[in-house]
Design a binder for this molecule. Structure first.
Ligand code: GLC
Length: 705
């Protein structure tokens, strides 16, 4: 072979020993007691800046850039003198913390999610972090599952669109820029289908559902050029993903042509022994590498056994080298061979600057969903009414960050109470404590309107935090009933990492503003919306069930042979529909949708058509309307959902303004994976909706001939 150019993948590969090649596939924790020795011995490719598998739930050490540069120096002064990649879970912000991902999904705003990714990358890279383990693209239909907080919700199209936006924001124009990071589409695949909503639990997913529901966000991420994919902990129908060659090597790497790095989740390679599909770590290393796991996170199966497996021929050298090439490619793309160190002064202009805080404020504002607004109580008149702010979340600060916030600081976030005090609005009283409800009731009596801030502590969502009951945390519903019992208007500001059972809450609340965990600027966003400085535009990315007993509850269900329109196939003791459906949200105005017009009633393969409506803002204030395109495949060789989101546009309308909104419909919006796993569009009729949510509006028919 001609002499490969210096510092190319092939040139580097050609000078590595098998031991050094294996070293590139190993990720160790920054807290590994043997870190320096391992780096010096060239048996480390990357370092994760996390002390434990549950970094998202704990207060851990912040990143010390000088320490990272010092470790990098040791790596470069040791053989094979290759730079390390530093990785961290910068999930929804670094020092400027954005709403939790499911809150960002509620913005239905691609551009805002992309900007959030850009901010996260600028601040993380300035802190010496090259690789972040976000976005999480798991389809999440079960609010008992704590990690629904990290998802973009229940829909494949919305998750795919926002995942692409996030990845594009994080990876930027060039990964070698000091404003970019490697993103990670996770957890591949089906993790959110955990039985009972219990984290890490078994999943049973048929191939057709896997391809049509769980795969689209990853397919979109690969198309967007995501640099890495993280395999998931779960098994699917008897096979742990971490050891599944069909899913990783064949489907992800070959069929979807993914050329980046696949890494395991924390110790998931060693956990193949707990799954019972391996009897030794040597067997686990063999199974995982052949399945397509390029990097082993933290467990030591590769470190202890891979070199021997290659020398014995159990693992082919070409399989090993395919993984090493992917890792070397990552390092070259990051520009680490030329610039392995991070300048120590970048952060000062980057962390929490005004531009970043404004984007975080916009994200928080657009993430919040107005669920109830009886008698148009909101927006309140800040000057005219005597208002009491109270409730367990009124003084919450770092709780507003939400789960998986490793670098946000309590001193850098305001509570609702802090923000209201800063307004110096004489007629807003800050209720000092909820510890004495009798005193609180007296305060309610002395005011015209009560804002009561309720909700979950972030420790109730995120990893390993699944719940069996979706009620408000203990005592909060009782508090709300007592407050409403005084007989004056009550506005509920609700902070949560997951949908909750609001079937009673809605009876006692005159208005409900659903705020998720909104991040650094959450308090201001909440108050701006409550007092009409901003108009709510959030829409639900996930269905809200009437109770935990109504799960599973999602909008894109199948019709079955006995739909409830024919038989009482629903509960005999309750409505089975969502309390608040996918795509739902109120604003401070009323938007009128015209009937849909199609540019043609029939469509042939390869043709496109346009579906349009006109929107009129009939109300007194400007709004941002999330216009949603749904399509139903009414006749197909396999059963299809009663409707599926296939497009959305967020449009601004001034008072009394009318705009036309159009969607182009091509074969891809009508296609699905059939029983042969082929991506096809089949002849037959389709129904089309353009609507404000997943349960409203009349459809029109289209024939695909
Ligand atoms: C955790 C999570 C994963 C995270 C990783 C590193 O267990 O499952 O999402 O990126 O470990 O912290």
């Amino acid at each position: 072979m001609s002499n490969p150019k210096k510092n190319t993948v092939e040139e580097i590969l050609s000078r590595l020993t098998v031991k050094e090649k294996v070293g590139q596939l190993i990720q160790i924790s920054i807290k590994d007691p043997d870190l320096i020795e391992k780096v010096k011995s060239g048996t480390v490719g990357t370092v994760i800046l996390a002390e434990s598998p549950t970094a998202g739930n704990e207060v851990q050490d912040k990143v010390l850039l000088s320490e990272l540069n010092a470790i990098q120096k040791i790596a470069l002064e040791s053989s094979p003198a290759l730079p390390l990649v530093f990785a961290r879970d910068v999930i929804h912000g670094h020092r400027t913390v954005f709403p939790i991902p499911i809150g960002q999904a509620a913005t239905w705003n691609r551009d805002l999610v992309k900007k959030g990714g850009e901010v996260l990358a600028k601040e993380g890279r300035a802190n010496g972090i090259h690789w972040t383990f976000t976005p999480m693209l798991d389809i999440a239909r079960d609010p008992r599952w704590g990690r629904i907080a990290e998802s973009y919700g229940e829909d494949p199209f919305l998750s795919a669109a926002l995942g692409e936006a996030c990845i594009t924001g994080i990876e930027g124009q060039s990964l070698s820029d000091t404003t970019s990071m490697i993103a990670c589409a996770k957890h591949y695949i089906g993790y959110g289908a955990a039985e009972g909503g219990r984290d890490y639990n078994t999943t049973e997913i048929g191939e057709n559902t896997l391809r049509n529901i769980y795969l689209p966000p990853f397919k979109s991420a690969v198309k967007a050029g995501v640099g890495s994919v993280m395999a998931s902990f779960n098994e699917i129908s008897g096979s742990p993903v971490t050891g599944n060659q069909d899913l990783i090597r064949r489907l992800l790497k070959e069929e979807l042509c993914f050329e980046g790095v696949v890494l395991s989740d924390w110790e998931a390679v060693a956990e193949l022994l707990f799954h019972g599909v391996c009897e030794s770590m040597e067997e686990a290393a063999n199974l995982a590498l052949n399945a397509g796991i390029d990097i082993e996170m933290v467990s030591t199966c590769y470190e202890k056994h891979l070199e021997k497996l290659v020398h014995s021929g159990s693992v082919k050298l070409e399989i090993l080298e395919d993984s090493v090439r992917r890792v070397l490619e990552m390092k070259l793309k990051l520009g680490l061979l030329e610039n392995p160190y991070t300048a120590e002064n970048l952060g000062v202009d980057v962390y929490l600057n005004e531009h970043h805080k404004k984007i975080a404020l916009d994200s928080a504002t657009e993430s919040m969903v107005l669920l109830e607004n009886k008698n148009n109580l909101l927006p309140l008149e800040i000057e005219l009414q005597k208002i009491l702010l109270t409730g367990p979340m009124a003084h919450a600060r770092e709780e507003l960050f939400g789960t998986w916030t490793l670098d946000g600081k309590k001193s850098e976030v305001e509570s609702l109470a802090d923000f209201c005090k800063s307004l110096q609005a004489s007629n807003i009283t800050i209720g000092e404590s909820v510890l004495h409800s009798d005193r609180l009731l007296k305060e309610v009596l002395d005011h015209e309107i009560t804002l009561i801030a309720l909700g979950e502590h972030p420790q109730r969502s995120g990893e390993m935090n699944s719940v069996s009951d979706l009620s408000l945390p203990a005592g909060q519903l009782d508090l709300l009933k007592k407050v409403k019992g005084i007989g004056k208007p009550v506005v509920v500001l609700l902070f949560s990492g997951r949908p909750l059972d609001l079937s009673e809450v809605r009876l006692y609340a005159d208005a409900i503003l659903w705020a998720w965990h909104p991040g650094t600027m959450g308090a201001q966003a909440c108050i701006d919306l409550t007092f009409g400085i901003e108009s709510p535009s959030g829409r639900l990315p996930v269905s809200f069930p009437r109770s935990v007993g109504h799960l599973p509850c999602y909008y894109n269900y199948k019709n079955t042979g006995r739909p409830h329109t024919r038989f009482p196939s629903n509960y005999i003791d309750s409505l089975s529909s969502a309390l608040y459906p996918f795509g739902y949200g109120l604003s401070y105005s009323k938007v009128k949708y015209s009937p849909i017009s199609l540019s043609k009633q029939e469509k042939k393969k390869g043709e496109t058509l346009t579906a349009s409506i006109s929107l009129t803002n009939t109300g007194p204030v400007a709004v941002q309307e999330v216009v949603q395109l749904y399509i139903r495949d009414s006749k197909s060789s396999m059963t299809r959902p009663v409707k599926e989101l296939k497009g959305f546009q967020k449009r601004f309308l001034s008072p009394n303004e009318t705009v036309t909104v159009s969607f182009t419909i091509d074969d891809s919006l009508l296609s699905y994976y059939n029983h042969e796993n082929k991506w096809v569009v089949e002849s037959g009729s389709f129904e089309i909706w353009i609507a404000p949510d997943s349960v409203t509006g009349e459809s029109v028919s289209l024939d695909f001939i």
